[in-house]
Design a protein around this ligand. Structure first.
Ligand code: B12
Length: 216
């Protein structure tokens, strides 16, 4: 039985070397990348968030745990993003302006790629103008936006309005996500879809292109 709690603890401790080596060892033992993520890494980083909320952790601890997560993701990436399936469609995704959280976005990217999507990563701190320009210049079926801060969530509505003003809103399905995001917010800002995690993001994206007939 795999000891996922040890992996969670190493993320909580911000121990990059141990997180990376435990992840590698688990992969070598034949454990599934998604289980390593869902049972070990994500519970660990969520605990870090709670400790930060309680004032027991500060920014340096947040940074160290974020680094530990990234090191583990490097090992998981080749597995999560490989999939021998036909192309599904084109997806662009970025973290909204003012927000640099990218761990969740990057997991969404890996899972989409593993399910046949061709993904363009627009990066972090992406302005409404940059989102619009990406949609204008490319033929994306879906545009994903990630936000982790309550202070940056209003950017969703701003970006959607910018797309409307530029006459681009009908060219693309818009999905939103990130820890504080809800379906209610998606409805409020008239996004086409929301998903609480990467696995459901893949399902939702598939449904959006199927229902619009834009799938490739
Ligand atoms: C790691 C971390 C950081 C790292 C980020 C490192 C990195 N490279 O990403 C660093 C140290 C940089 C950081 C900085 C800050 N952080 Co921070 N951070 C976190 C922490 C602990 C984990 C975030 C994370 O990676 N979660 C794990 C991933 C896997 O989950 P996820 O992001 O939710 O993604 C999943 C889903 O949401 C979904 N998803 C995500 N994006 C998308 C997009 C689409 C389209 C879809 C469909 C789905 C989807 O799929 C993902 C995978 O399943 C959270 C706590 C938390 N519980 O979220 C705080 C947290 C988000 N941070 C917080 C704060 C306050 C900050 C700072 C303001 C701190 C400061 N004083 O400077 C700065 C802000 C910097 C900025 N301008 O962005 C607060 C936000 C509070 C609030 N209400 O706004 C939190 C909640 C901590 C807390 N409990 O207080 N942070």
């Amino acid at each position: 039985m795999a000891d996922f709690s040890e992996l969670s603890k190493s993320v909580i401790a911000g121990d990059t070397a141990r997180t990376a080596s435990l992840t590698e060892a688990m992969l070598n033992d034949g454990l599934h990348a998604k289980d390593i993520l869902d049972e070990g890494l994500i519970p660990g980083i969520k605990t870090v968030g709670k400790l930060f909320s309680k004032g027991e952790y500060f920014l340096p601890e947040l940074l160290m745990s974020g680094e530990a997560m990234r090191a583990a993701l490097e090992s998981l990436k080749p597995i999560l993003s490989s999939g021998d399936i036909p192309p599904t469609g084109k997806y662009a995704i970025g973290t909204v302006q003012g927000d640099v959280h990218n761990i969740g976005k990057d997991i969404v990217i890996m899972m989409l790629e593993g399910n046949g999507w061709e993904v363009t990563d627009l990066g972090v701190d992406v302005s409404p103008a940059e989102f619009c320009s990406a949609v204008e210049k490319n033929n994306f079926q879906v545009l994903g936006m990630s936000a982790l801060l309550t202070s940056t969530m209003p950017k969703f509505a701003e970006i959607i309005n910018a797309l409307k003003t530029a006459g681009l809103r009908d060219r693309v399905k818009v999905m939103i996500g990130g820890a504080p995001v809800t379906q209610a917010l998606a409805d409020e800002v008239s996004a086409d879809g929301y998903a609480p995690d990467a696995a459901q993001a893949v399902i939702k994206a598939g449904q959006l292109v199927t229902s619009s007939g834009k799938g490739g």
